[in-house]
Design a protein around this ligand. Structure first.
Ligand code: ADP
Ligand code: MG
Length: 251
């Protein structure tokens, strides 16, 4: 994973007073959250606390009701923002991989490069190949997603996101749908990516990963940030009763 290092131009995220409701259900109740360029922040919290909604607001898969989001050098909450350009700079990896089942691994990694980033096919394939090599799947370009294990599919999803040359990456429980034996491969790739200087906001229940790789951990509950700080501190010595309670249940 050395050849692609130079391609990372890290940008950060700055979220101020973010609010999001579905009908009368206010899911995000004024979130302030920063990820500095090159920083790795793990977002933890119980199911339903608003973690996915927060990530989806960051690249405008959901439209916030109030607040400001700066992401990848763009103001996502500016009504005039160039959505395509903004989304090019923000890579997202989902729990369920979301690969295109009718496209090969190579095609999965080139389609957005060609259609959105307007790269030529040869250039897109070269970049895709570098990123497939990077996730250890350089020989898998002609396979289809259903010919791969879950862990391999998630590594393709990471290669696909990296092929857009994002300035930061969002991960929403990237290992939660995987068989236990493939979780480690995916976490290892994320760890290398972090070491390469990628800005990463990661929703995860993998506390060992958070402790080892994250610069900071943010604990959310009920649509608010309850506690945040250095990973080892928040996980090892949480101050808030709700954080203590949550960690007691997951550790
Ligand atoms: P988490 O990722 O922390 O489990 P989510 O962000 O998925 O939490 O969900 C937070 C809350 O928002 C839940 O109560 C959920 O039911 C609600 N919610 C999420 N997405 C939608 C949606 N598209 N429409 C209505 N309610 C939603
Ligand atoms: Mg979620």
């Amino acid at each position: 994973m050395t050849s692609a290092n130079a391609t990372i131009k890290a940008e950060g995220v700055a979220i101020t007073q973010l609010r999001k409701s579905y009908g009368s259900n206010e899911v995000l109740k004024g979130i302030d959250l920063d990820v500095k360029p090159g920083e790795v922040v793990c977002l933890i919290g119980p199911s339903g606390s608003g973690k996915s909604t927060l990530l989806r607001c960051v690249n405008l898969l959901e439209k916030p009701n109030a607040g400001k989001i700066m992401v990848g050098g763009f103001e996502a909450t500016d009504p005039e923002v160039n959505l395509d350009k903004m989304r090019e700079s923000v890579g997202m990896v989902f729990q369920q991989f979301n690969l295109f089942p009718h496209l090969t691994v190579m095609q999965n990694c080139t389609v957005a490069q060609i259609k959105v980033a307007k790269r030529g096919k040869a250039e897109a394939e070269k970049i895709a190949q570098e990123n497939l090599d990077r996730v250890g799947l350089g020989d898998f370009g002609s396979r289809y997603p259903d010919q791969l294990s879950g862990g391999q599919q998630q590594r393709v999803a990471i290669a696909r996101a990296l092929s857009m040359k994002p300035t930061l990456m969002l991960f929403d429980e990237p290992t939660s749908a995987l068989d236990p034996e493939t979780v480690g491969d995916v976490l290892a790739i994320m760890k290398k990516l972090a070491a390469d200087g990628m800005t990463m906001l990661v929703v995860t229940h993998e506390m060992a990963f958070a402790k080892e790789v994250a610069d900071r951990v943010v604990f959310m509950d009920g649509g608010v940030v309850v506690e945040e700080g250095v990973a080892a501190e928040v996980i090892g010595n949480p101050q808030q009763p709700r954080t203590q309670d949550f960690l007691r249940r997951v550790l």
